[in-house]
Design a protein around this ligand. Sequence first.
Ligand code: UT7
Length: 323
Amino acid sequence: MTLKAVIRGCGAFLPQKVLTNEDLSRLVDTSDDWIRERTGIRERHIAGDDEKTSDLATAAAKAALDAAGMAPDDIDLIIVATTTPDLTFPSTAAIVQAKLGIESGAAFDIQAVCTGFIYALSTAEKFLTSGQHKRALVIGAETFSRILDWNDRATCVLFGDGAGAFVLEAQDEQEAGARGVMNSYLRCDGRLVDLLYVDGGVSSTQSTGHVRMQGNKVFREAVKRISEAMERVIADAGVDVTDVDWFVPHQANERIILGVVKKLDLRKDQVISTISGQGNTSAASIPLAYCAGVADGRIKEGDLVLIEGMGGGLTWGAALMRA
Ligand code: UT7
């Protein structure tokens, strides 16, 4: 029996507190004009002092379970993609499992920064199609505001907090039809670690550290590597770029997204973009954008959806699925 991993539902959660570009211009030497023109961001959500990554993740997971018409007990695998875990250990996934009241199955985190959701989705797909697990919560969740240097205008204006989740179910080919994750393409080039990293960690400084980025160098790598991943994933699936209905990119910079759209000959109206109201929420940005597309009726069952991401590592990747 051939199994497929079908997306049964998705859910999103954003903290209530909003930080606008105007607010930021009172903190660092920046302006609404600069941020909007260079990135497309207008505002971003910031977690409250009492909100942890696991809280955001649990809220998104509950919304995804509701959308799927499932109960927490239906889930036997939780994968959380995050760079900002509640604790060094245990995993945020273990904490989410407890908050959902789930008492069995497996739970673990994946760390691939802004590519984390693609890595997590690809991993879940392998666990489900092998028959080892039946239903997975795949969550991208971040409190990135906690690792920002609020004196560094080159990074603190870019990021926001939030969480998005998918419920994936293993279904046999007959039941799934054309639906399901079709394939994915994951890459990393660790030689480029200095372009985007956090200057702290357990075994180096015993502190959390702050995000450091050579933004323009990352920018230069981004369009090239993301396009390569998207072209590969489309070719390996045996489809044509003209078959793609929706493009749900990682939301790092509007100019990167438009560069990729141009390179692949996609149309701007195929892009699901949340960057203006959310900024870059790292591993959460793809499921948040996907959920926005489902919520407003753009992404419908059976649509061909292409997702991509790039982040620290450098890591990058893409995946293709039928909703
Ligand atoms: O999600 C993970 C992957 N991350 C990315 O994909 C991010 C990729 N990089 C980018 O999105 C862009 O490089 C940035 C948005 C980070 C920066 O845009 P840029 O057009 O590459 O600007 P830049 O870094 O080349 O800096 C241009 C100027 C500099 O001033 P000088 O040296 O020309 O006088 C910066 O100091 O803009 C200055 N600058 C700012 N000015 C006002 C940098 N940040 C700011 C700011 N406000 N917030």
